[in-house]
Structure formats: C-alpha cells, structure tokens
Design a protein around this ligand. Structure first.
Ligand code: FAD
Length: 555
C-alpha cells in the first residue's frame, strides 16, 4: 500500500491534517488503532482557542494582546516561535477549515483562564457547529466514538450544546422556550432512534470529528480502524513509511510526502503518567483509551526528541469517580459546577485551599500545591437540589441521590460534624470552614481567596444570586460532599516540533517526512492553560501546518 500522507490517529489534529492534505490533492490515509473515530477530541467540548479569529472585531489588536498574555504566562518554558506560529496561523486555519466545510460559532462571552494576567481576553473561544450525523450514513456514523455519557442526555444518546443545557434547566421554572427546545430535541432524537444507535445531532467535539471525517471522505481520504501504527520506516534519514497492524496482518505503508503523528499524547498510559506526571500519580483519566503515548516511542526510534518536561506536563480536571447504574466506572470532570454559590472545597483538615471557581487546571494545581488529594466539594441540600454536583444532576429525584449515597459517590450527614466523620475530615476544621463560608456569603466577600471577584469565576456562578454570584450559604441539612482527584485531560510533554510541525531531533534539526500535532507534539503553552480550547486550537493549527508543509515539500 502507498499513499502521499499517512496520519496516525483520528482526533482533531490528525483529521485536520488529513482533510487539509486531501484537499491539497494528496492521497491520504488515517490509521486509527481503536475501532472508533475521534480519540479524546470526541469526548471534548471541541472548543478551539484562537486569538484574532474571524469573529474578532480587531484581530491584530487581539493577537498582540494574546502574545503579551502568553509571554507572561508561559515565558521561556515553551519555544516562543511555536507560540508565534500558533498565533499567526490559528485564524487562517479556521478560515481554511471553514472553506472546507468545517464551521465554528463564536463563544463570545467565554473568559480566558488568567484574568489577572495582562492581555487576557473574552471571546477567543470557538465552538463547533452541531453536525448532522446522518450525512455520514449509518456505517460511518457508528464509527464515531460515543461522547461522555454524563455530558449528554438519555444515557449519552442525545447530545446537546452547553448553552442548551442551561436553557433546558429553565424547564424547572416553567419556561415555555425551554419546553419548546425540549420538544424539538426529543422529536429529532426519537426519529433518529428508528435507524441509528443514538441521536445524530452531534455537538461539541463529537460534531467536530464527525464533520472532519465527512469532509475527508468526500475528498477520497480514508480512515482505517483497528489499525495501530507500530513502526516507522526510514530511508537516508527520511521517514518513508510505517508498519501498520490490521486484521491480524502486518502491512507496510509506503509514504511519499510525510507521516503525521497525531496519537493524542499519553494521558491514558499509567506507566507514562508515573514517569512524567507529579505525585501522587493520577489513577484515572477522562482521555480516550488510545492516548497511550505510542508516538513518543515511534518518533524516538527514528531520532525524534521529546520536549524537556517542565512543571506538571499535563492539563488537569478535578474529577469525581462514580459508578453508573450499569456498574461501569464514570470519571466526571468538574469543569464548571464548583463555581456555583454554596460550595466549598476542603482538604483533609477541613480547610479551603483555593477559590473554588478558578479554572479546572488551576484548581488541580492548587490540590497538588496544598496536598489536598483527594479534595472534598462540600454543599448543603438546597444547593445540591438547585445546581446539582458532578453526577448528581440539578433537581435530581430522590432515587438518584440515594443511588449515589449507596455507592459512596455522594456522602451525607445530618450535621456538618456528621458529614466530616463520613468523609474522614477534621470535624472542627470543617465546622470552622462552613461557618466562615456562611459569613462570607451574607457579606458577599470572600476574605480568604477572593471568590467572586474574578470575571472567569463569575461567569460560571449564578448571575441572579446576590450579593455575590459565587458565594452562598451552607446551612440547610442534610450536608453533602463529593471527593475529587486530579485527572489529566491531556498531556503537555510531547515531541519537539518546528514551526511547521516537523518533528525535531536532539540537535533541533527536522526529521524529514515526519510531523507531529495535537497532544503528540509538545504543548505550545508548556503546562499553562491560557483559555478554553487551547489544545484543540493548537491541534487544528499544527495539523493544518503539517499538511501544508507536506504538500509543498516532497523532499
Ligand atoms: C472531557 C474532555 C473535554 C475536553 N474539552 C476540550 C475542549 O473543549 N477544548 C480543548 O482544546 N481541549 C479539550 N480537551 C482536551 C482535548 O480534547 C485533547 O487535548 C485533544 O482533543 C487531543 O487531540 P489529538 O488530536 O491530539 O488526539 P485525540 O483526539 O486523542 O486522537 C488521537 C487518536 O490517535 C489514536 N492513536 C494513538 N496511537 C495510535 C497508533 N499507534 N496508531 C493509530 N492510532 C493511534 C488514538 O486511539 C486516538 O483516537 C478535553 C478533554 C476531555 C477529556
């Protein structure tokens, strides 16, 4: 078998490279080692962080501000030229993808994760437009990796946008618009289920990978499933092919233009987590099972260098670990719910250690810094019923709460002291913390961590809650708590790359014919998380750059 461009991995980075390459006239094959399309991207919100994108009023000013922001945040912990390439080519990548049929909408109100750093912005995030999975046909549709069940309705079979989730919650206030939306989504879902295993209106990362796949096959690109790349083939220092296992056979794929490594990093490898991530080593991840770091070994075998690991080498979610009714394990990322009023996070001494409304990445960094592992999210009955927490949905029926109490996911106590005993936390410490939280809630001021003063945290609080959208009392028994632990959502350490995604060797020279993007490549922001979508944004940008370079440079 021979192709112009061979792409290893079918996530955002790999599919973007494949689509752009196929559109440039390259014969393109994606090999995907699992049976499913989309990797971690399919689980993700699909948000792309692209300063200066097409919806920005003054793109040049936004890019200049973002440059200062990234310089301050990242400094010399990642090569400045990679940041520059990201900023320079991100907007053009989105424009190029739009011409190829991949659309995003503007998430105009999303605030960057470090509003205390000059150059932060609002509205740099883009959300994939929902994709109609019926356009793939039944067989290809079945290949799209199912989303995180907890982020969808009806057991993970009905996907919605985040804005729609907020709107649907207004059903409980009797909103006619929410009822109309529910009816529309429900009718489409019911119709879909006559023919498809789940609803075909794909949102977020699922919609993104499905749209990329659709446009790829329209341009004669192909994805081979159950096909791990296990070896790279070189000739005269150039990568000229790869060995791929498929259907019990070993195939050699000859490659004319290049191999793009887009295997999604190593968040799912226990061994590599133990080697590169901080201690205590995370035992769980919500990343896809395929993210086991194969590409690091593949590239190293032909002289590729790995970035020097600085900081934590990962991006983090605090996640609670629960059991679904079918007995399977759920890793629930606490992305936004911590910011609601009436929730505190405490360590084993019952002390708060962070402003609970900071970004998920910053929250976990605080867990490590203060040895708050696990940390407990503590709240009362009123807050749990109103906003939900983790797998306990807002306005959940008593049976659901009892299920989670039975499995130990949710812990409860008639008094704060009882709750402390149930979670093995210092009772006096927890009582002091709850008393302080109640005083702060009535004044609207958090003296300890300033919760409610950051525009980032405020956006995920409750806008109508007074006097502070992030501060509420914890005084209505019973009291509840859920444990959270650090889980890497992606890895930051990866293959050293040049500005056009070429894999570099130890001397900084490109290895001809070899590219890396997405989590396989070193993070352009080191282990810093500037804003929502920086990984999908960089994956698309460097996937695009890799394909353009491969198309233009045969040698
Ligand atoms: C719940 C969740 C939400 C997230 N939301 C966002 C978000 O909104 N925005 C954002 O920027 N980031 C988000 N992230 C992180 C983001 O999803 C990932 O960093 C990104 O999607 C990784 O893309 P990728 O192309 O590098 O890899 P992936 O999407 O993981 O794809 C890699 C693929 O390569 C395959 N593969 C691996 N090795 C081989 C091999 N040897 N041969 C063949 N195939 C191989 C894997 O099976 C996998 O399918 C989120 C993460 C999670 C867990």
């Amino acid at each position: 078998m021979d192709v112009d461009l061979l792409v290893v991995g079918s996530g955002a980075g790999g599919l973007a490279a494949a689509l752009v390459g196929a559109d440039d006239g390259l014969s393109t094959l994606v090999v995907e080692k699992t049976e499913w399309l989309g990797g971690t991207t399919a689980y993700s919100a699909g948000t792309a962080w692209i300063p200066g994108h097409r919806y920005t009023a003054d793109a040049a000013a936004d890019v200049a501000a973002a440059r200062g922001y990234l310089d301050a945040l990242v400094g010399d912990r990642a090569p400045g030229e990679l940041r520059e390439a990201y900023l320079a080519h991100g907007p053009e990548t989105i424009d190029h993808l739009a011409r190829l049929g991949i659309s995003f909408r503007h998430s105009a109100s999303v605030v960057d994760y470090h509003p205390e750093v000059s150059g932060w912005g609002v509205g740099r995030a883009l959300e994939p437009v929902p994709f109609d999975g019926r356009r793939l046909g039944v067989e290809r549709f079945r290949r799209v990796r199912r989303p995180v069940p907890e982020f969808a309705l009806f057991g993970g079979t009905l996907m919605i946008r985040r804005a729609e989730a907020d709107q649907l919650l207004r059903l409980f206030d009797g909103s006619p618009r929410a009822a109309a939306l529910a009816a529309r989504l429900g009718a489409r879902w019911a119709l879909d289920r006559l023919r498809y295993p789940r609803g075909t209106r794909l949102t977020m990362g699922n919609g993104l990978v499905a749209a990329l796949y659709h446009q790829l096959v329209r341009r004669s690109g192909a994805v081979l499933f159950g096909a791990p790349a296990t070896e790279l083939i070189t000739n005269g220092g150039r990568v000229v092919g790869a060995v791929v296992e498929h259907d019990g056979r070993t195939r050699r794929v000859a490659v004319r233009r290049g191999v793009v490594l887009a295997g999604g990093g190593f968040a799912a490898s226990r061994e590599l987590r133990a080697t590169y991530l901080p201690r205590p080593v995370a035992a769980h991840t919500r990343a896809s099972d395929g993210a086991t770091g194969d590409s690091l070994a593949l590239a190293r075998s032909v002289g590729g260098a790995v970035s020097s690991g600085v900081d934590d080498n990962a991006f983090w979610f605090p996640a609670s670990i629960g059991r679904r009714r079918d007995g399977s394990e759920a890793v629930f990322p606490h992305i936004w719910d911590r910011a609601k009023p009436g929730i505190v996070a405490v360590d084993s001494a019952g002390r708060r250690f962070v402003d609970e409304s900071v970004s998920y990445h910053r929250f976990v960094r605080a867990m490590y810094a203060r040895s708050a592992i696990p940390a407990w999210l503590v709240l009362d009955a009123r807050t749990l019923a109103r906003y939900g927490l983790g797998m306990v949905r807002p306005h959940a029926p008593g049976a659901s709460r009892r299920h989670h109490l039975r499995t130990g996911y949710l812990r409860g106590g008639a008094t704060v002291r009882d709750l402390a005993a149930a979670i093995d936390v210092d009772p006096a410490g927890l009582e002091r913390t709850v008393a302080a939280a109640n005083a702060a809630a009535s004044r609207g001021v958090d003296d300890e961590f300033g919760k409610g003063t950051s525009p980032y945290g405020r956006q995920y609080g409750d806008a109508v809650h007074r006097p502070n959208p992030n501060l509420g009392p914890i005084d209505e028994p019973p009291f509840y708590a859920i444990a959270v632990v650090p889980t890497p959502l992606a890895t930051a350490l990866g293959l050293r790359i040049g500005t056009e995604a070429q894999v570099l060797d130890h001397t900084g020279e490109p290895i001809r014919g070899l590219y890396a993007c997405g989590n396989d490549a070193q993070s352009v922001t080191a282990s810093e998380y500037p804003g929502a979508g920086c990984q999908v944004g960089a994956a698309l940008t460097f996937g695009h750059l890799a394909a353009r370079h491969a198309a233009a440079n045969a040698r």
